[in-house]
Design a binder for this molecule. Structure first.
Ligand code: AMP
Length: 229
């Protein structure tokens, strides 16, 4: 593979704005995003074999097996890099040390010229929970645009309960109900320090951004931190 790619890992709790920042990067920078969560929800809605296997796991806020996720990401990353995207975002991956190891070995094996950047989203648990409680997503699984019902949010849909982009209905994710969201958040916190230690031990800087701010401000901070002009 001859071109150089920037592979950016978005590491942060649910409700941190990883998906929203990814949308900006796709629209404004021409990057590509893989949200493992979006991809898994698509499998569930299409009732594929994989979708049937993972439906209950996702509803309950548990993690899908490392083997399964690693295989999906490997396939996507190899395809995206060979199709010439300069920037690719992995949103919600890796979530465990086993996933981080698998990604590293993939990069060493097949994507030697990729530059890996680790971006950590800093946000208070309560802010994350409030955002999740007010979050709606487009029910069209090829879209899954994210909206917010929070009072001062810039992410409100223009029409009530319809997606601005594709006019499909918008609704709540099953795993965004408060009790499941809290479990997802503690699952994230359980793995967070191990993941960060893993990258620190590899000597890889972890870029920290303030994910408590609006997504417009977050995008500006992200570009500054990443040296993008
Ligand atoms: P998300 O959309 O990132 O909040 O992910 C929704 C759900 O998909 C998670 O709660 C997990 O059940 C599953 N999932 C997404 N990404 C991963 C991953 N990297 N490893 C394991 N499970 C995942």
């Amino acid at each position: 593979m001859s071109r150089e790619h920037t592979v950016v890992l978005f590491i942060g709790p649910p409700g941190a704005g990883k998906g929203s920042l990814s949308e900006y990067c796709e629209r404004e920078l021409g990057w590509k995003q893989l949200s493992t969560g979006n991809l898994l929800r698509k499998h569930i809605s299409e009732q594929t074999e994989l979708g049937k296997q993972i439906d209950l796991i996702i509803k309950s806020g548990k993690l899908v097996s490392d083997e399964l996720i690693n295989a999906i990401v490997e396939q996507w990353l190899l395809a995206s890099c060979s199709h010439g995207s300069t920037g690719v975002i992995l949103d919600g991956y890796p979530r465990t040390i086993a996933q981080a190891r698998s990604l590293n070995s993939l990069i060493e094996r097949a994507l030697m010229r990729s530059k890996l950047n680790v971006v950590r989203f800093l946000v208070d648990d309560q802010v994350a929970i409030d955002r999740i409680s007010a979050r709606f997503i487009c029910e069209n699984k090829d879209c899954q645009a994210v909206y917010s019902a929070l009072k001062h949010s810039s992410m409100k849909p223009k029409e009530t309960m319809a997606c601005d982009k594709c006019q499909s209905p918008i609704g709540k994710r099953k795993d965004d109900q408060e009790s499941v969201a809290k479990d997802r958040l503690s699952m994230y916190r359980k793995h967070e320090s191990d993941l960060l230690n893993f990258y620190q031990e590899l000597g890889m800087p972890v870029i920290e951004c303030d994910a408590g701010q609006s997504v417009d401000n977050l995008f500006n901070e992200f570009k500054t931190l990443m040296n993008i002009h």
